[in-house]
Design a protein around this ligand. Sequence first.
Ligand SMILES: Cc1cc2nc3c(=O)[nH]c(=O)nc-3n(C[C@H](O)[C@H](O)[C@H](O)COP(=O)(O)OP(=O)(O)OC[C@H]3O[C@@H](n4cnc5c(N)ncnc54)[C@H](O)[C@@H]3O)c2cc1C
Length: 344
Amino acid sequence: MSRVLIVGAGLTGSLCACLLRREIPNKVKIVVWDKARGAGGRMSTSRSPSNATCTVDLGAQYITATPYYAQIHRSFYDELLAHEILKPLAAAVEGMNVKEEGLRNFVTPKGICSIVKHYLRESAGAEVCYEHHVTHIRQRGAGWEVQRAGGPAEQFDAVVLTMPVPQILQLQGDVSSLIDESQRQKLEAVSYSSRYAVGLFYDAGVQIDVPWAAKYITDNPCIRFISIDDKKRNLESPGCGPSVVVHTSVPFGLRHLEEAKEEVEPLILEELQKVLPGLPQPISVKCQKWRYSQVTGAVADCPGQMTLLSRPLLVCGGDGFTHSNFDGCIESALKVLDVLKSSL
Ligand SMILES: Cc1cc2nc3c(=O)[nH]c(=O)nc-3n(C[C@H](O)[C@H](O)[C@H](O)COP(=O)(O)OP(=O)(O)OC[C@H]3O[C@@H](n4cnc5c(N)ncnc54)[C@H](O)[C@@H]3O)c2cc1C
């Protein structure tokens, strides 16, 4: 049985695992490694340090389907709606882009990570390992030897890389020598926005009195987006107070990119008080630096994937090869699946 390693338990990696399991049920052993402590990647859901049942989405906020993608990815939307993982966005979002007609917005009551967890659950039998940080990939005969930080190397027949492109370029071993000059130029030209996200958790019973569930801010140099996360998700979690998520603007994110997040967090909280004066004191705060937030320039001429070597297969996917949202990840996972199917 072929052993396939998928690096990354974000949306693209989990979709690759699920689609591969569904398309080739009994012929492959699927292994997923992620360096983080849990699933989700940029669609992760963070827990309050003081009460693990209270959560906040620090990355992706909601899923927007254009009429085109609602049609071509209909089965994906229908599946998540049937499992009540997606629900129509019912709350008010001030300043949302409504220029395009026919957009449908969805929220994830159980947190954005519930999408990724659904696909991992559906990859029945896949071995999913966290705190597995891939550092080296070396070709060994007809397969790959994959080395992770602080653990033994393992052998695989095919490897799929789904992390942001700059993190693919950081891998050591044979990856660098496999990338030809034209591929390198394309990979190095990929660009991402950078921003910070801060999650604030409040005591049960605290009221945050604003007429919206989320709002885009256009007149503050630091803050771009604020969401009362539980209100946006239409969530009732007994024992939890409200949770708020704040995204900074990209210029602010870039300006403070190399600083420690502990130093940047107070600056963001100070600006937040200016935007929302009288906001109560939270019981805990979580700050996240998104160095690779959303793709602003995808890999050119490689829709969905780039194959670095066909035999043994080493293929890259992820939103860096499409665009940064749910549909971009589906597109990439479907392209990676095609390559895997013809290789295995
Ligand atoms: C602030 C923010 C807001 C966003 N808002 C939205 C939104 O509202 N709607 C929307 O649809 N999308 C949104 N997005 C974009 C969306 O989150 C991404 O497009 C999507 O999550 C990308 O998924 P991915 O699996 O391709 O990559 P990732 O989610 O980045 O997954 C890659 C995984 O690889 C792991 N990894 C990296 N390096 C290694 C290594 N060496 N070894 C092992 N594991 C490794 C990482 O830990 C990560 O889990 C937003 C993103 C951000 C950051």
